[in-house]
Design a protein around this ligand. Structure first.
Ligand code: ATR
Length: 280
């Protein structure tokens, strides 16, 4: 009998995780199937316990469940997920224990490394202060980058910077409003957009334009729909290195796959499958 894996979320219909993980299982000859399930926050507890009872192999959690999952005391979060305050991967252990991880930050780190971007010692400006910014900033500060969080709502940026600084990570951290972005970018090495600016259907918006960017900058947009966002187009025009959000999507999924199966995932195939699905 096929073992079932899944992603829980609401909405979840457009998730690319099923196509990505099913391609990986199939290529490796692993007899498993991955499906998307619409689960609301009120039903999360029953849904996870039900999945465990039915012998699911593992789960991903997406909007709006990642923070909610950390409130469930039957899930044991790993230290990074606890610091981030969100779980995106659930592992069902052999002796009934349920573990929670957050692979979003690892996905971002791998996307940067893949493109040859140095993290330790770099000055990284993170635009946005929501759940994605939290995962990315915690991970990269752990890896020794200096992080400046820049957000429309300044208090959220300051609050996130404070949370990260109390974790005593190697990188320096600060938070400020969006108006400071242009000046901060002048001596930054990396800009990471974690805001929803540029995301379908608001494709003509971007957190910065070419004249605020420069050719020594690497610009990473975690938005992958559309594949080439306005920010990435502006970055190209400024001669900056560009990094697509597809890489983060694939690498966070690859890390979850490793946690569930202990097997090295076929990352190139997963990337190709996601790109094809986005272009379809
Ligand atoms: P996620 O958990 O996916 O990161 P989120 O918590 O809704 O999503 O965060 C979205 C981010 O996009 C926030 O940083 C938000 O800024 P605010 O904190 O000020 O709301 C940012 N964002 C959304 N729309 C924006 C806009 N039009 N201009 C600037 N920032 C925007």
């Amino acid at each position: 009998m096929k073992q079932v894996f899944g992603v829980f979320g609401d909405p979840v219909g457009h998730s690319l995780s099923p196509v990505m993980h099913n391609a990986a299982f199939s290529a490796l000859g692993i007899d498993c199937i991955y499906h998307a399930f619409r689960v609301t926050p009120e039903k999360l507890e029953n849904a996870i316990l039900g999945a465990e009872a039915m012998g699911f192999g593992g789960l991903n959690l997406t909007v709006p469940l990642k923070e909610e999952a950390l409130k469930l005391n039957f899930i044991k979060p790993d230290p990074l997920a606890k610091k981030i305050g969100a779980i995106n991967t659930v592992v069902f252990g052999k002796s009934g224990e349920i573990q929670g991880y957050n692979t979003d930050g690892l996905g971002a780190r791998q996307a940067l490394q893949d493109t040859g971007v140095e993290i330790g010692g770099s000055r990284i400006v993170v635009a946005g202060a929501g759940g994605a910014a939290r995962a990315v900033a915690f991970q990269l500060a752990s890896d020794g980058a200096d992080i400046i969080i820049v957000n429309r709502t300044e208090e959220r940026a300051v609050g996130l910077a404070k949370d990260i600084s109390t974790a005593a990570l190697p990188g320096k951290i600060s938070g400020t409003g969006l108006s400071g972005l242009k000046e901060l970018l002048q001596d930054a090495d990396v800009l990471i957009n974690t805001t929803t600016l540029g995301m379908h259907p608001n494709t003509e918006t971007a957190v910065a334009t070419a004249k605020e960017l420069h050719s020594d900058l690497a610009v990473f947009d975690i938005v992958y729909n559309p594949l080439e966002t306005k920010l990435l187009r502006e970055a190209k025009a400024a001669g900056a290195k560009t990094i697509s959000g597809v890489l983060m999507l694939v690498y966070q999924g690859a890390e979850a796959f490793r946690l569930w199966t202990g097997v090295e995932p076929p990352v190139e195939l997963m990337k190709k499958t996601v790109l094809e699905a986005l272009q379809a």
